[in-house]
Design a binder for this molecule. Sequence first.
Ligand code: AMP
Ligand code: MG
Length: 329
Amino acid sequence: MIILGIETTAHTFGAAVLKDRTVLSNVWDSYSHPERGMIPAEVAAHHVAVCDVVIRQALEKAEKKSKDVGLVAFSQGPGIGNCLRVGATAARAFAVHHKIPIIGVNHCIAHLEIGRLIAKECTDPVLLYASGANTQVIAYDCGKYRVFGETLDMGVGNFLDQVGRLMGLGFPAGPKIEEHARLGKKYIPLPYVVKGMDVSFGGMYTKIMHMLKEEHDEELVNSLCYSMQETIFAMLVEVSERALAHVGKKELLLGGGVACNKRLQEMCAIMCKERGARSFALPNQFNVDNAAMIAHLGKIMYDAGVRMTIPETAIRPYERTDDVDVVWR
Ligand code: AMP
Ligand code: MG
């Protein structure tokens, strides 16, 4: 079966074509702004402007025609309502026009399922999902993907982007912070906040904001980027390790845009090696928001018997990972 996936939870409009479990194409166009982050209506307008072209690119790259598609899957939530609505509308129009089934999927769970597909030896992982808006430690237990720990305030990517804005690095700032961190010479102690299984970044943001007000030179920016990465990634590794121990699993999977970070990948690999577990990092195209994971989750839900009527495809901006009954495992 040929599956078309559509992803629009936030800044990315993505489209992908899969043939069963093979990714034929995975393309996207992301909104970005040099001075500020995302204003929902603006991002949605971007998605409307590019949706036609991106879907066509995905089909062309896969060497498929729209009439070849047998299932359309889209991200139903969680995410920004304005953005989700664009993807849902495109998916409904496609499904109704071609008289094919449509399935809305949970974006966070899609990050975990694409890991199980792409990293063949990764079968039952704890997922460290570190993205712009989301920071969660997720694992399967008793019919659901359960959240074992999460951020109490902002997502780790949003934290990096906000600090990056203070530093004038543009949006998204994560990749630039990674470059500056390599040049950092001095470790500056920053608030390390782990509460039980949860993490919080607000205190660190405030401290960095005050430091940058007093002084703002290249050397300080480099050292802050380095110190910030070491501190927040250590927090994430700590809760991931505790989740592995608690649920007795032996695989850690990284997902979300921040999982592109080589230092985070390295720290997770060291922790896993020390406790006899394995750490899996995916190619970047499957870490960032992507439609391949949406198509794949749609297909495995479809194979498990899930069907949706058009009214059931209403968006779910606030859907939680553990709201979803995992009928396919
Ligand atoms: P997502 O929401 O999953 O698409 O991820 C987007 C987030 O990932 C943004 O906040 C980016 O700043 C962040 N990001 C992307 N690449 C990196 C990187 N190399 N290091 C840290 N953060 C990154
Ligand atoms: Mg994501």
